[in-house]
Design a protein around this ligand. Structure first.
Ligand code: AHM
Ligand code: MG
Length: 286
């Protein structure tokens, strides 16, 4: 019999808590689509639902025995809550889609180290997609499992999610005139080969890549050389899910899992998807 993976018990509890919280977060979006008069640590305006989902997840995750730290994109500092693994979340990814009622997500990463922590310290990661159906992808123990969530239950949809061999779609963030020339040249090639899918919520866009193959990027911009997305809360967990599903991730030169974190809220250029497309991206940016 295979030995249990390290931290199996606490990872199970964290995943259970996410499964229970996601339908609640989804229901709680109604009536919380407005903005609060605050900014998150990245200087972005916060929606009522951002703040509320962060508080709900802190309540559920920080109270788990074996969780030692909780951190989120929506609060400046790490919450110390005992001994154990650290959990970093983006409570509501793509919350600017609240206004137009488009898809959003919740992202989590479980680290066997104090935050800020590197991808090499990751134990498990995953994301909830609030689409027409609420789904959860969990990467753990070299496998990605997809679940469908309801308020009462979670059902397995796929036990071994892997990115298909023939890539189909792409989605790139940022304004075109703001793309560096080498990235824009790469996009010219990709546009001839794949179909555009961009919805403005990374989780929804990445889930298209995981489902159909292709590439998603929020690249370095002329006006923002570190891009927009955050390493700890978005880059590392999404890189881990995509790599575990057989794809690749990159900050432009290396895997997102090999980027050294120096600050909790640091940004990173993010490129994930089918290995062939990520390798070509790295060659184009070289
Ligand atoms: P958020 O987590 O604060 O909502 O911001 C991240 C989102 C990503 O989901 C998405 O890829 C990106 O911001 C979209 O940005 P833009 O509106 O510039 O296309
Ligand atoms: Mg986000």
């Amino acid at each position: 019999m295979k030995a249990a993976e390290p931290h199996a018990e606490v990872v199970d509890e964290i995943v259970d808590a996410i499964c229970r919280s996601a339908p609640e977060i989804r229901r709680g979006l109604v009536g919380r689509r407005g903005m609060v008069d605050e900014e998150n640590p990245s200087g972005e305006a916060q929606a009522e639902a951002d703040v509320w989902a962060d508080e709900l997840l802190e309540d559920r995750l920080a109270s788990i025995d074996g969780v030692g730290q909780y951190a989120s994109e929506e609060r400046p500092a790490v919450v110390d809550c005992g001994e154990g693994v650290a959990v970093a979340v983006d409570p509501l990814d793509g919350s600017s889609n609240l206004k137009s009622n488009n898809a959003m997500g919740t992202i989590f990463g479980v680290y066997d180290a104090e935050l800020p922590a590197a991808g090499t310290d990751l134990v498990a990661a995953g994301y909830v997609l609030y689409g027409p159906i609420t789904t959860l992808l969990v990467a753990y123990d070299d496998t990605v499992v997809e679940y469908e969530l309801t308020s009462e239950d979670r059902g397995v949809v796929e036990r071994d999610v892997s990115i298909p061999d023939d890539p189909v779609v792409y989605g790139f963030g940022g304004r075109v005139p703001d793309w560096p020339d080498d990235f824009a040249d790469y996009v010219d090639e990709v546009e001839d080969e794949l179909k555009l899918r961009y919805g403005g919520a990374m989780i929804a866009d990445v889930n298209q890549i995981v489902t159909y193959g292709g590439i998603f990027a929020y690249p370095a911009l002329e006006s923002a050389p570190d891009g927009k997305l955050r390493l700890q809360f978005e880059g590392i967990p999404i890189g881990y899910v995509v790599e575990t599903a057989g794809g690749a991730s990159s900050d432009g030169t290396r895997s997102l899992l090999d980027v050294e974190p120096t600050e909790l809220h640091q940004r990173v250029p993010l490129h994930v998807g089918s290995t062939e497309y990520v390798e070509r991206l790295e060659a184009a940016l070289d």
